[in-house]
Ligand binder design. Structure first.
Ligand SMILES: C[S@@+](CC[C@H](N)C(=O)[O-])C[C@H]1O[C@@H](n2cnc3c(N)ncnc32)[C@H](O)[C@@H]1O
Length: 291
């Protein structure tokens, strides 16, 4: 537990779909003047140096955000995302979900950021500050339940665990079910990986076997709940058969706002060819629960 560091992965294809979705959901909340609460249960460091040893070691951002920087297409949501990211990219950095929320928030909005890793919480505090921003060094699952419902009824909860242990998938489903009972007006966006089987050539171990099928189990558990609506969004940059490790990722969104599905579908149509890692890619947006 706790060996995951997001600095190895910042700006990869999974961050693109997650942060584009996050931006669109915040934009939807900003359509009304009344303030909202943004909660990040698994915040990470908030800001990442793309020239760091960690980022350079994997080079994941080169197959993610780097592929979009010259975007010339006509989709406004993709263009807005690229414009925001390019403000950081030109300084060789990438904003994590807390920094994206911070830069989009208004005076009347509040941010609650949680992180449990001893070093990452220091990095988060170093990178992110401002009025109406509360940073908590605590377990995001416990913190979410302890702090719901917040004083403002409108809000977005981003749940973006590292899924280091297989039990975390069910922990997400159980925690969201409890949080929704206390705060049923909030939008809950849950990120999950799509993981392919990978054989470790050195010792013959099945690297990802313990996590294979876990996201599907998480979605099945969410589908059984009494949510009013639940939207599933996925982008696969290659196929399960061709992929080694994470071949795609998804967002499960409870209380997805009006037209969010159409906008994500249009955005993914643009992103899919740009982020492709093989000739066989796919994307989908579908309702698991429709009101
Ligand atoms: C995928 S990263 C978060 C990335 C971030 N949301 C973003 O998009 O920029 C997951 C983070 O959760 C932290 N973490 C792991 N278990 C946690 C827990 N139970 N509560 C809070 N944070 C946790 C890890 O240290 C890591 O920084």
């Amino acid at each position: 537990m706790f060996s995951y560091r997001h600095s190895f992965h910042a700006g990869n294809h999974a961050d693109v779909i997650k942060h584009l979705g996050q931006m669109l959901l915040i934009a939807k909340l900003k359509e009304k003047d009344k303030g909202f609460v943004y909660m990040d249960t698994h915040s990470g460091a908030g800001l990442y140096d793309l020239h760091s040893d960690n980022a350079q070691k994997t080079g994941e951002f080169k197959l993610g955000i780097d592929k979009l920087m010259d975007y010339q297409g006509s989709n406004n949501d993709v263009a807005n995302y690229v414009e925001l990211i390019s403000r950081y990219h030109r300084h060789n950095s990438y904003p994590g979900s807390p920094e994206i929320a911070r830069t989009l928030m208004r005076e009347q909005d509040k941010l609650v950021l949680m992180e449990w890793h001893n070093q990452e919480i220091d990095n988060l505090r170093h990178n992110i500050s401002g009025s109406n921003i509360a940073i908590h060094h605590r377990d995001g699952f416990e913190g979410l339940l302890a702090m719901t419902p917040p004083p403002l009824p409108r809000g977005l909860v981003l749940i973006d665990p590292s899924y280091e242990v297989a039990e975390e998938y069910q922990q997400v489903a159980q925690t969201v079910a409890k949080a929704y009972k206390r705060w049923s007006t909030a939008i809950f966006a849950i990120w999950y990986p799509l993981i392919a089987h990978r054989q470790d050539s050195e010792n013959g171990h099945s690297y990802a076997q313990s996590k294979m099928g876990k996201s599907e189990g998480l979605l099945a558990a969410l589908k059984q709940q009494n949510f009013k609506n639940l939207l599933q969004i996925e982008l696969c940059v290659t196929t399960k058969e061709q992929g080694a490790g994470m071949y795609g990722s998804g967002l499960a969104v409870i209380n997805a706002p009006w037209q969010f599905d159409e906008r994500m579908r249009a955005a993914l149509t643009e992103l899919q060819p740009l982020l492709a890692q093989s000739s066989d890619t796919s994307s989908s947006v579908s309702w698991l629960i429709a009101e």
